[in-house]
Design a protein around this ligand. Structure first.
Ligand SMILES: *Cc1c(COP(=O)(O)O)cnc(C)c1O
Length: 371
């Protein structure tokens, strides 16, 4: 039996009638840009998150860009973040002419190490971007404290963590900004690109809204600043409105499947060889990915692939060692925990509908490779 890394088809089949009605509604109205669907989704997702407002945009990458831009971050400024993340986290910083400064992770959680952030602050530092990697909240108590101590903005990259909580509070609502992605494979995915910015900064909410529509202010065709075009399509908003009511249950199903993996591995005596992200007691993760660490990862991965088990490496090369960041001067060996995670990390199949038989198959294949 082959097992895909991610299968979106069961979710589509379960909600098809709702999608059909939502699409017919938008197409019938012929209202495709902004308007009632986008407004309704923004209100519904803000309420889900417990955020005072939510501003949609064209992608998670743009959400990061809009947040940094609203903070007026640019040339000469430094932004501290993790090198163990998707490229967009740091790409947004560079696109504005600012400098990403990469610090190491905590090897137990794979999230950014707050002590390392504190040590990397300089007179040029303007912001910190923690990433809630694979849907596990970063230590927001310690990160917020470092931010307060040095007067830095905190932008949460919550692209992988929608629905996850830290001390009961949703990720993306604890920093100055929260940035989310609705890329199809994310836990709340649309049928194309989409993103969202939340902000706790009442003074900057309107700035984000202006920047996403060419800096329009005080009305259309009048421009207070130069912005961009970064909107969520009404069709995507309508699709997301069908999915949002199910997000909490999907998160629960993902957590159950991780418990299932751990129990099966323990039964086979493999609990030590297959190491999961350790979950702090304050955190409720949503497992966007189930990333485990395994010695001889490449050999184990080849075996799983030969057995038809979907798996992937997040991330094969850390950001500080990417060619485009070579001039920043962070060389091999500078972030040892990050580099080791890149050598050992392996993502296993996870989606809410993953069956018990499929989990047996994955763990069976792991056992063959490791024992
Ligand atoms: C997916 C992702 C993004 C970017 O989102 P897009 O919608 O693909 O632009 C940013 N950061 C992280 C950590 C992500 O996983």
């Amino acid at each position: 039996m082959s097992v895909p890394l991610l299968d979106l088809k069961p979710q589509y089949a379960a909600l098809q009638a709702g999608f059909d009605a939502a699409i017919a509604r938008v197409v019938g109205s012929q209202h495709f840009i902004m308007g009632p669907e986008v407004n309704a989704f923004e209100a519904e997702v803000a309420s889900f998150l417990g955020a005072s407002s939510a501003v949609t945009c064209a992608s998670g990458s743009d959400a990061l860009l809009l947040a940094l831009w609203a903070l007026d971050i640019g040339p000469g400024d430094e932004v501290i973040t993790t090198a163990f993340t998707f490229f967009a986290t740091a790409g947004a910083v560079s696109r504005l002419g600012a400098t990403p400064v990469f610090v190491d992770i905590d090897p137990a959680t794979l999230n950014i190490d707050p002590v390392a952030i504190d040590a990397a602050v300089t007179a040029r530092t303007k912001a910190i971007i923690p990433v809630h990697i694979f849907g596990l909240p970063a230590d927001m108590d310690a990160i917020s404290a470092v931010g307060r101590k040095h007067g830095l903005a905190v932008i949460e990259d919550a692209a992988q963590s929608i629905g996850a909580t830290w001390r009961g509070q949703q990720t993306g609502t604890m920093g100055d900004f929260g940035c989310f992605s609705f890329f199809p494979s994310k836990n709340l995915g649309c049928w194309g690109d989409g993103g969202l910015v939340t902000t706790m900064r009442d003074d900057l909410r309107e700035v984000v809204k202006q920047l996403r529509v060419h800096g329009n202010y005080p009305k259309k065709y009048f421009h207070k600043r130069v912005g961009m075009n970064s909107r969520l399509d009404a069709l995507q908003a309508a699709i997301l409105r069908v999915k949002l009511p199910h997000l909490a249950a999907w998160g629960e199903a993902r957590r159950e499947r991780v418990i299932g993996y751990k129990a099966r591995l323990a039964d086979r005596g493999l609990a030590e060889q297959v190491v999961f992200q350790s979950v702090p007691e304050q955190a409720v993760p949503v497992y966007h990915q189930v990333v485990v660490r395994i010695a001889e990862r490449d050999r184990v991965m080849a075996h799983l692939q030969a057995r038809g088990i979907g798996c992937a490496i997040y991330y094969p090369r850390p950001l500080h060692l990417q060619e485009c960041f070579a001039d920043l001067g962070q060389t091999e060996g500078s972030l040892p925990h990050t580099e080791q995670a890149c050598r050992e990390a392996l993502a296993l199949p996870i989606f809410p509908e993953l069956s018990a038989d499929q989990q047996d198959e994955v763990v069976g294949a792991l056992a063959e490779a490791i024992q």
